[in-house]
Design a binder for this molecule. Structure first.
Ligand code: HEM
Length: 143
């Protein structure tokens, strides 16, 4: 693998570890947060969720997408590969799940909505499944 692609993949991998890792931890903390009554217990969890989304998941998302597009820019032939086309479809779903988690967390923090533990765990499961699908497509390349 030529070094510019290899370097781009180094950042690609650290990016999605921050992105997906940040989202999975945030949805777990949110699920716990929905069970807390007292403001003393809720406020630190709110701060943690904001830090995880803004300081880890979203910078990770930007690095992942920029590095991934860099690999395709260096080797445009990738775009014709069906596994990458299917992968980009799953990446679009991951972005949508990220936006749902972010907007629901913000509305919950403002007291505009009552967030259920069940919803947080469904988001958590959906993010895990999409991540599994991406890994299968890029490492197994089934088509
Ligand atoms: C715009 C978004 C993305 C683009 C254009 C993109 C593109 C690519 C390309 C071209 C490769 C090299 C594949 C190879 O040579 O085998 C790659 C590798 C990879 N991508 Fe992405 N990707 C994107 C997003 C993601 C996301 C969101 C994840 C995970 C959540 C991800 C996970 C991986 C993994 C695990 C590899 C394999 C790295 C390796 O070679 O070991 N990618 N990506």
């Amino acid at each position: 693998m030529n070094s510019p692609v290899a370097w781009a993949l180094v950042f690609h991998i650290i990016g999605f570890v921050f992105w997906v890792g940040g989202l999975l931890v945030t949805t777990t903390v949110l699920a716990l947060h929905t069970q807390q009554e007292s403001p003393e217990a809720r406020l630190p969890l709110e701060h943690l969720e904001v830090k995880l989304l803004r300081g880890m998941a979203h910078p990770g998302a930007a690095i992942t997408v920029l590095a991934g597009l860099t690999v395709v820019w260096i080797q445009p032939g990738y775009i014709h590969q069906h596994w990458l086309q299917a992968k980009l479809f799953l990446v679009a779903i991951l972005i949508a799940l990220d936006l749902v988690a972010y907007t629901r967390a913000k509305a919950f923090h403002k007291g505009e909505i009552k967030l259920e533990r069940r919803e947080c765990m469904i988001l958590h499961g959906a993010i895990s499944l999409v991540f599994l699908g991406i890994l299968i497509l890029v490492l197994i390349k089934p088509f």
